[in-house]
Design a protein around this ligand. Structure first.
Ligand code: SF4
Length: 368
């Protein structure tokens, strides 16, 4: 089934079918401290984050949003629960999107005020349905054994009810998210919603967990949805540095050929033939690339190989632009599977960086 969504504007970005899947994250600083929060957002922007969300638990946090906005360069999202006055203040302070559920902010008059403010200022709204917060699911959790389909159905019903409130007020600049900590429920809920609505989806697992398990779960869930054309923007929620969440999101999009960000670095798992430090080389190379914006730009789209031995290395990595295959304390440098010369291990990383600059400049010139 082909899913097609409407277009939604968030700051300079258009979300929806036919537009790049945007990467977002959320700060873990105290929003009432605009300096610290803006500094974290700038670090996230450097890591490639395109949309940033902050929690707005009280009026002091809402009042800090303008100061944060002044110091950053990307769209800002205010995350608000229950208090519509915080949403009104956030809009006044210049945010680009508000995450708020219209069904949870009291009288319809409150929603009308928020919608009017968002319309007047070109601000988008995200309706966020997290399985753990849906009333019915909360009430039966641990007592009734619901199927994943039922979980999905209840979540979608909740999202559609919330979305209908905005529809009736003729507000269209809406994104919806349906998240749970479970892969199957998240998948089913998003698929079901996409089959019933043209509202673009912000996709992610919530409380995905630690770096390794959360990455695996997120990659499977988000990868499956994105492959089906579902998901206009993604967030990978890991109990980790938000910058690493951003990197993980890009790795998922890169693996699916949906976005390019940095190199496609391939390396072998090593085996009994290995006599060089493949893991150390790869780590160092990644560290250098991802901490340098220019290198990141030049390496984008380049396939680079670091292989443990010459027996299988250059052949298996034949379609890499260039790479190294290890020997005893040294390596063979190759381009497109053609071995060119030997290089001592201590020179590998610097040499590969030079090659990134050379190949990167070439491909960027050719691409012009
Ligand atoms: S490339 Fe060589 S060292 Fe690496 S896993 Fe394959 S055979 Fe082993």
């Amino acid at each position: 089934m082909m899913y097609k969504t409407r277009e939604v504007k968030v700051g300079p970005y258009t979300l929806g079918t036919g537009h790049p899947v945007r990467v977002q994250s959320m700060c873990n600083t105290d929003t009432r401290n605009p300096q610290a929060t803006a500094a974290q957002i700038c670090a996230l922007e450097n890591a490639g984050c395109e949309i940033n969300r902050v929690a707005v638990p009280d009026m002091q946090a809402a009042l800090a949003l303008g100061e944060i906005k002044k110091r950053i360069h990307s769209p800002l999202v205010a995350d608000i629960h229950f208090d519509y006055k915080l949403a009104l203040e956030a809009v006044k302070q210049g945010v680009d999107k508000v995450r708020i559920n219209p069904g949870n902010i009291g009288a319809i008059a409150n929603t009308k005020e928020v919608v009017k403010a968002c319309l007047d200022h070109g601000v988008a709204i995200r309706i966020g349905v997290n399985a753990g917060s849906v009333k019915y699911l909360k009430s039966v959790a641990g007592q009734v054994d619901l199927s994943d389909d039922k979980w999905a159905e209840v979540m979608v019903q909740e999202a559609l009810e919330q979305a209908n409130i905005l529809e009736q007020l003729n507000f269209k600049n809406v994104v919806v998210s349906l998240k749970s900590d479970d892969f199957a429920r998240t998948l089913k809920a998003n698929e079901l919603f996409a089959s019933q609505s043209d509202i673009p989806l912000h996709i992610g697992l919530t409380e995905a967990g630690s770096f390794l398990s959360g990455t695996v779960k997120s990659a499977i869930a988000l990868g499956t949805l994105l492959q089906k054309g579902i998901g206009a923007t993604i967030r990978v929620s890991l109990t980790e540095d938000p910058a690493l969440q951003v990197r993980t999101a890009y790795e998922i999009l890169k693996a699916l050929h949906l976005r390019q960000y940095g190199p496609n670095l391939i390396s072998c798992p090593t085996c009994g033939r290995t006599q060089v430090d493949v893991a150390g080389t790869v780590k160092e190379l990644e560290k250098r690339i991802y901490s340098d914006k220019e290198l990141l730009r030049l390496s984008t789209g380049l396939k680079i190989a670091v292989m443990g031995c010459a027996v299988n290395g250059p052949g298996e990595a034949r379609d890499a632009a260039f790479g190294i295959a290890g020997g005893r304390g040294e390596g063979l440098y190759f381009e497109k599977g053609q071995t060119l010369f030997k290089l001592p291990q201590e020179k590998w990383v610097d040499f590969l960086i030079e090659k990134i600059r050379e190949f990167g400049k070439q491909s960027h010139t050719e691409g012009k």
